[in-house]
Design a protein around this ligand. Structure first.
Ligand SMILES: Cc1ncc(COP(=O)(O)O)c(C=O)c1O
Length: 501
């Protein structure tokens, strides 16, 4: 039964629709398409969500036709159509051509969190020498410039004797922001004043600040599919409706991006366009400009997360950031230095203009009143020393060898993946014969191998035929051994299935 309050609200809106006969169905549709989420189709959508959650339609059961539901609820057919469209785009139902709409199992959303996403002490601290972690997109600590950082950590007290007795400003240390503005201009074609930079405690905090400042309950957020798993959680926690945008080796389908911008008027489009986590894809330069044009046209804030820019293989650096094409301030740029300098310092730069900067600083103030000054000063000494360049050259070579070691094992096993030109991970399709991912994870874990399951990276929680394997945390020898165990675990599952009489 329809809840009385929902029914009365729907009926009231329906009456208004009927009274207002001057509005043609097309205009009504346009109005619904261009309207904000509190409108009628949202109420129908929420009503259907509730019914799906109650199990009114079982998994793969057909939902009422558009016509019969519009009659039942006294709303226009286009309103029901739009509610169904949203359910489809958010992965709650699917369409069978010429047949109708069918329910996806709701439980897919509640798929148990893989172990590495539950809270426990960081896994790398627990790893023994015989354990194989493919689950963390982190660089092996032995490849990081630890010696230099420990030198700077000692020096910092001579240069800034009061560093521990002072707060940083909320926006971040001014010297660091000045050096970063020069660094961005020289290396990223990003021309920013120090005042356009906010130092955050890692990129993850940057995503969180943006979400708190600019996304409200019920807002639409476009998000790449697959994507960085923590971003899904951050946006969902804020009550955003996530609309997936597929990412391919060639980039996005920009017509589909535009269609979703028209349909949903999203508040934010979160992108990781350079050596994307988890696929490693890089959006071509030609699409970057177009993404900015779409953002301007539909007034959608693009959040560009650029965490892997410097990890490229071969001689060709990736195209400049999407933010470098932005002239009207529709791109907020997040640049982490966790991945290949010093994860322990938790330094990232969040770049935008006022008034957005003011809003973000407001939230940063409430959150922690500014990043720790000691960390910022240690990082400043490193960045100003130009040692980063030499370090990155060596790091790229080491990571490329690790990637090749992993690819050789996959190749011998006959698995498929797109070989990325940078980044820390491979997005691998499980062979057709592989059993369910949960059992593979279980068998792997018994043999001390961990990886990241595809569903953790998918806002629709459906990509269970893929896994993310990071090659950055272990050396080649460990990679080869761990991959043999993983590949064997998948084969074993196949035998279990085929052995069943
Ligand atoms: C795309 C992406 N963004 C942000 C982060 C988090 O970065 P940070 O350590 O700077 O918070 C990660 C970590 O894996 C990531 O993959």
């Amino acid at each position: 039964m329809l809840k009385p309050e929902i029914r009365s609200e729907i009926e009231l809106n329906a009456k208004q629709n009927i009274q207002n006969k001057k509005i043609s169905p097309i205009d009504q549709y346009k109005e619904a398409v261009h309207s904000r989420p509190t409108l009628l189709f949202r109420q129908v959508y929420n009503y259907l969500i509730e019914k799906l959650a109650q199990g009114t339609w079982k998994e793969h059961e057909k939902l009422p036709s558009v016509r019969s539901l519009s009659e039942e609820l006294h709303v226009h057919r286009l309103t029901v159509f739009k509610a169904y469209q949203l359910l489809k785009d958010t992965g709650r139902i699917y369409v069978k051509e010429k047949s109708g709409y069918y329910a996806f199992p709701m439980t897919k959303k509640e798929y148990p969190l893989p172990n590495h996403l539950e809270y426990h002490p960081p896994e790398n601290f627990l790893l023994g020498s015989d354990q194989y972690s493919f689950s963390q997109a982190l660089v092996d600590p032995t490849l990081l410039p630890n010696r230099y950082f420990s030198e700077y950590a000692k020096k910092v007290f001579d240069i800034y004797p009061k560093v521990l007795s002072t707060y940083s400003s909320v926006q971040g240390d001014e010297e660091l922001r000045s050096v970063l503005s020069v660094y961005f201009a020289n290396t990223h074609q990003l021309y920013l004043e120090p005042d356009n930079i906010l130092i955050t405690t890692g990129a993850q905090q940057g995503i969180d600040l943006i979400t708190r400042a600019f996304v409200r309950q019920g807002d639409y957020v476009l998000i790449e599919r697959p994507t960085y798993h923590a971003a899904i959680t951050i946006f969902e926690d804020q009550g955003a409706q996530l609309i997936p945008i597929d990412i391919h080796a060639e980039g996005y389908n920009l017509a589909a991006v535009e269609e979703q911008m028209i349909r949903y008027q999203p508040r934010v489009f979160y992108i990781n366009p350079t050596f994307h986590n988890p696929t490693g894809h890089t959006i071509p330069a030609s699409q970057r400009k177009k993404v900015v044009e779409l953002a301007e046209k539909y007034q959608c804030l693009v959040v560009e997360d650029d965490s892997f820019r410097d990890i490229y293989f071969g001689d060709t650096a990736p195209p400049p950031p999407v933010a470098s094409y932005d002239t009207e301030g529709w791109v907020v740029y997040i640049r982490s230095f966790s991945k290949y300098a010093a994860p322990g310092l938790r330094i990232a730069a969040l770049c935008t203009h006022s008034p957005r900067m003011n809003a973000l600083m407001n939230y940063k103030y409430r959150m922690d009143n500014g990043a720790p000054l000691l960390n910022q000063k240690v990082f400043l000494l490193y960045l100003a020393s130009e040692r980063l360049t030499g370090h990155l050259e060596k790091l790229r070579t080491a990571l490329c060898l690790r990637k090749e070691a992993m690819e050789q094992e996959l190749y011998q096993a006959g698995w498929s993946w797109d070989s990325p030109k940078g980044g820390l991970s491979l997005w691998v399709k499980l062979p057709a014969f592989a059993g369910d991912t949960q059992s593979i994870m279980e068998r792997c874990r018994q043999n001390n191998v961990v990886f990241s399951p595809g569903i953790a990276h998918d806002s629709l929680r459906q990509m269970d035929r893929y896994i993310r394997l990071s090659y950055s945390f272990m050396n080649e020898d460990q990679i080869r051994k761990g991959m043999k165990i993983l590949i064997e675990a998948v084969r074993e599952g196949h035998q279990d299935v085929t052995d069943v009489p």
